[in-house]
Design a protein around this ligand. Structure first.
Ligand SMILES: *[C@@H]1O[C@H](CO)[C@@H](O)[C@H](O)[C@H]1NC(C)=O
Ligand SMILES: *[C@@H]1O[C@H](CO)[C@@H](O)[C@H](O)[C@H]1NC(C)=O
Ligand SMILES: *[C@@H]1O[C@H](CO)[C@@H](O)[C@H](O)[C@H]1NC(C)=O
Ligand SMILES: *[C@@H]1O[C@H](CO)[C@@H](O)[C@H](O)[C@H]1NC(C)=O
Ligand SMILES: *[C@@H]1O[C@H](CO)[C@@H](O)[C@H](O)[C@H]1NC(C)=O
Ligand SMILES: *[C@@H]1O[C@H](CO)[C@@H](O)[C@H](O)[C@H]1NC(C)=O
Length: 276
């Protein structure tokens, strides 16, 4: 989709070029990456031969004039690689190495050049770099019955975390906002096959699955002391129930051979039968 859009916009730009449009295109306008990864920031410089553009000089910067390329400020030293070394190439994309939380910002690509002997410059609309940390999706440390999904992301309202179990959304991420980043976390209390999804403006960024082993469910449901307590309570109840059932069967089939201790009860029982 992005590529199609890029081709389409380049196509349109080239046609507009007839009315002498020199442009710097930065598409996509937002890039999402895991921290510590290398990220490509695209920049396309378009013009036609009849526009007589010569001596293009590439600049990448943020803010007003904090340079990444050339002559980078310390934060970007040895971290920017121009992907196409040919200065005349239209492709002026860069690779930013090992991105960190502080790299979250909007970057501009700009070209300065000569056109018919006159100095000129053109800037792109910028690309916003957004970041996320590793996603954890596992049983909670507090309760084996809960699944917790959490992830740290750059501050941006478009990030959304959701947990789906058996294809249905069962939880949404809560937001914990800190100065340099936001933590999204969602808790699920049941479900065997679940998936945690991070999306940005409704497009999926990453997913992680968790499959609970059925063995875990049965053994973890009741902690052992509770099991023991229940078992101790259950044994006498079970015995009583078994005796009662046995007695009922015994009495129904063989009313004559009663035991002494239960005479009264049996007599009442046979009286009701006589009335019938
Ligand atoms: C990033 O790029 C550098 C230089 O090209 C390379 O050495 C490194 O392995 C890359 N790192 C990742 C995470 O791809
Ligand atoms: C620019 O060149 C780099 C390296 O050759 C490539 O990865 C990237 O896709 C190109 N970008 C565009 C917009 O063509
Ligand atoms: C770039 O283009 C100019 C003018 O079209 C030419 O003189 C120069 O040799 C080219 N440079 C490269 C590296 O191709
Ligand atoms: C998930 O939690 C279990 C139990 O707390 C632990 O043994 C396991 O290593 C965790 N898995 C991951 C991928 O962190
Ligand atoms: C995510 O959850 C794990 C396990 O519950 C916890 O150890 C970790 O600190 C959490 N991370 C964040 C960023 O909240
Ligand atoms: C997300 O959507 C909002 C509003 O629709 C828009 O302003 C913003 O630029 C978008 N962000 C990204 C990263 O696509």
């Amino acid at each position: 989709m992005d590529n199609l859009w890029l081709i389409l916009s380049v196509f349109l730009q080239l046609h507009e070029g007839c009315s002498s449009q020199i442009s710097v295109i930065q598409e996509p306008s937002a890039v999402v990456s895991e921290i510590e990864k290398n990220v490509t920031l695209n920049c396309l410089f378009t013009h036609t031969p009849d526009q007589m553009v010569t001596g293009p000089i590439l600049y990448w910067y943020y803010g007003n004039d904090e340079l990444l390329y050339p002559h980078p400020i310390p934060q970007y030293k040895n971290r920017v690689i121009v992907l196409n070394p040919d200065r005349n190439s239209s492709n002026r994309s860069i690779l930013l190495l090992s991105v960190q939380w502080v790299d979250r910002r909007k970057y501009h690509c700009m070209l300065s050049y000569e056109k018919s002997g006159q100095g000129a410059r053109t800037r792109g609309k910028g690309v916003t770099l957004l970041l996320y940390g590793p996603m954890t999706f596992n049983v909670s440390s507090e309760s084996q019955n809960s699944l917790v999904c959490n992830i740290t992301v750059s501050p941006h309202d478009g990030f959304h975390l959701a947990v789906l179990c058996g294809g249905l959304e069962v939880a949404q991420g809560q937001r914990h906002v800190y100065s340099k980043f936001t933590v999204l976390s969602a808790v699920v209390h049941e479900g065997v096959e679940c998936e945690c999804q991070l999306s940005l403006n409704s497009s999926m960024v990453l997913t992680r699955s968790y499959t609970r082993k059925s063995k875990d469910v049965s053994s973890e449901e009741l902690p052992q002391p509770v099991m023991l307590y229940v078992a101790i309570l259950l044994i006498p109840i079970l015995i009583t129930v078994i005796i009662a059932i046995a007695e009922l069967i015994f009495e129904a089939r063989n009313t004559r051979s009663r035991k002494r201790g239960r005479k009264q009860w049996s007599q009442q029982n046979s009286k009701t039968r006589v009335k019938e």
